[in-house]
Ligand binder design. Structure first.
Ligand code: SF4
Length: 455
């Protein structure tokens, strides 16, 4: 069996499953956020009763992150609904934007959307927070009401996005019926050369198979090339499995995985027992191809979908209005450090926005010193507009006052993961997806630029 089949077999109490089988799986973690949480809670209460209790208060993780730092009252109300539900159900893992469990967050215009407007419990983008707070464990089943839930597959977890109806059902039962997907194998050889990032790998793969090339399939990443990839790299790759239509993305578990997971579960006191799924000799795939990742070049996904692959060096004719670094895919500390490497000591030529994915990233950027100056200040001095309010921000547009939102038909190069029309705001804007290195180099020149020119 493939990694996905092994995990689904185990979670459904079977010795063997095949693609196409429908199986009931026991859920280890259910994650929801402020956009889908209220709807999920509504389904749960309607189907199980107003006074019903959720199946396991330690297995539900609620992470407000999408429409948070806005004056939009309906968005604020969504977070209030999550807070009320977390209090009512005694949910242990609720990363609220304020510290007072009886309070209400409201936008402080005096601080604007650049200065910190969150309490100490807040974490930031849901997928990054699941990893950081010790909710990603090898061999487990994680569902989330968000399409990029597939990111958690970096940890050898079966992780996929679901709708509010399924999530409401899980709240009441802890189970879900799921069809076992076919598996596509992407076998990595080599190691990333200087100037290349994991983002280039996944943009290359999506370009190879198309933005629907993995529809309802598992994307399994393995081979000797995996060893050189950090957990941040692996998260970037699995995060975008859905951009090829994938049901999930998954890596094997190795010492890099175990070191990361053991450190995060110990730090947060989360469950620390798990059984990884290892690679079988008798796997069978619907697609199987080897990629030498050392031979890749900086890659861009052009408007209007993530499958529109081009090389950055061929795109110098595209003039840009904006650059953006942030999100679960491109807002990690390692992403910002790569970006800062390029812009350090220089000045960006176009409007450039930076949104840390989590409060931990914010802290690390302020604490990391290069020649006596924090990386945060290096970025600010280069002209990058930064916010102390981590979250999804303009990655998916959001309310009109969202930091970095495209409120006009602009052309933006972005370290985010999705570029369908209107994704980052204005429906006539255009988004070009690229690595943090490429976004940084392009911010300096005002046109799409191969970052190796600056390395
Ligand atoms: S950062 Fe973007 S892709 Fe990630 S969860 Fe938020 S909206 Fe979705």
């Amino acid at each position: 069996m493939t990694l996905t089949e092994k995990i689904l077999a185990r979670a459904s109490g079977k010795t063997h499953v095949r693609p196409g089988d429908n199986v009931w799986v026991n859920v280890d973690v259910l994650m929801t956020h402020d956009v889908c949480g209220p709807g999920t809670i509504g389904v749960f209460k309607r189907e199980f009763g107003a006074n019903a209790k959720i199946w396991d208060r330690k297995k539900v993780v609620i992470i407000p992150d999408h429409y948070i730092f806005t004056a939009d009252a309906m968005s604020n109300r969504n977070v209030d609904i999550l807070r009320d539900f977390a209090n009512e159900q005694g949910i242990e893992y609720f990363y609220d934007v304020i510290d007072d469990p009886k309070g209400h967050w409201r936008f402080d215009a005096a601080k604007g959307n650049g200065q910190r407007q969150h309490g100490s419990h807040y974490s930031g983008v849901c997928h990054s927070s699941l990893a950081l707070k010790g909710h990603n464990r090898p061999g487990e089943i994680l569902f989330g009401t968000d399409s990029h839930t597939c990111q958690s597959g970096a940890f050898n977890q079966f992780a996929t996005g679901i709708g509010n109806t399924d999530a409401g059902f899980i709240l009441g039962t802890g189970k879900l019926l799921i069809k076992v997907p076919e598996t596509m194998r992407f076998f990595f050889e080599g190691a990333l050369p200087k100037g290349l990032m994991a983002k280039d790998v996944i943009l290359h793969l999506i370009g190879e198979i198309g933005f629907d090339g993995a529809t309802y399939r598992a994307m399994q990443f393995e081979g000797p090339g995996v060893a050189s990839l950090t957990m941040d790299d692996r998260m970037t790759i699995t995060n975008m499995a859905i951009e090829a239509g994938g049901k999930n993305g998954i890596f094997p578990c190795d010492q890099t995985t175990l070191d990361y997971v053991n450190a995060r579960t110990a730090e947060n006191g989360t469950k620390n027992t798990f059984t990884p799924a290892d690679i079988d000799a008798d796997q069978s795939f619907i697609y199987d191809k080897t990629f030498d990742i050392s031979a890749l070049e900086p890659t861009v996904a052009c408007h209007p979908d993530p499958g529109q692959r081009k090389l950055a060096k061929e795109m110098g004719h595209v003039a840009l209005d904006r650059a953006y670094i942030g999100s679960c895919t491109g807002g990690k500390t390692s992403d910002f450090l790569a970006f800062a490497e390029i812009v350090r000591g220089k000045t960006v030529k176009i409007d450039t926005f930076g949104v840390p994915s989590t409060t931990r990233v914010l802290e690390e950027l302020k604490a990391t010193q290069w020649d006596g100056k924090s990386v945060w200040n290096i970025l600010a001095d280069a002209g990058v507009r930064l916010t102390e309010n981590p979250g999804c921000a303009a990655c998916l547009g959001g309310p009109v006052d969202t930091f970095g939102r495209m409120n006009a038909p602009l052309k933006c190069i972005s370290a985010t993961n999705r570029n369908f029309p209107g994704r980052m705001g204005h429906k006539e804007s255009q988004v070009f997806l690229a690595s943090p290195y490429t976004v940084a180099a392009s911010a300096l020149t005002g046109k799409i630029t191969d970052p190796r020119e600056f390395i």
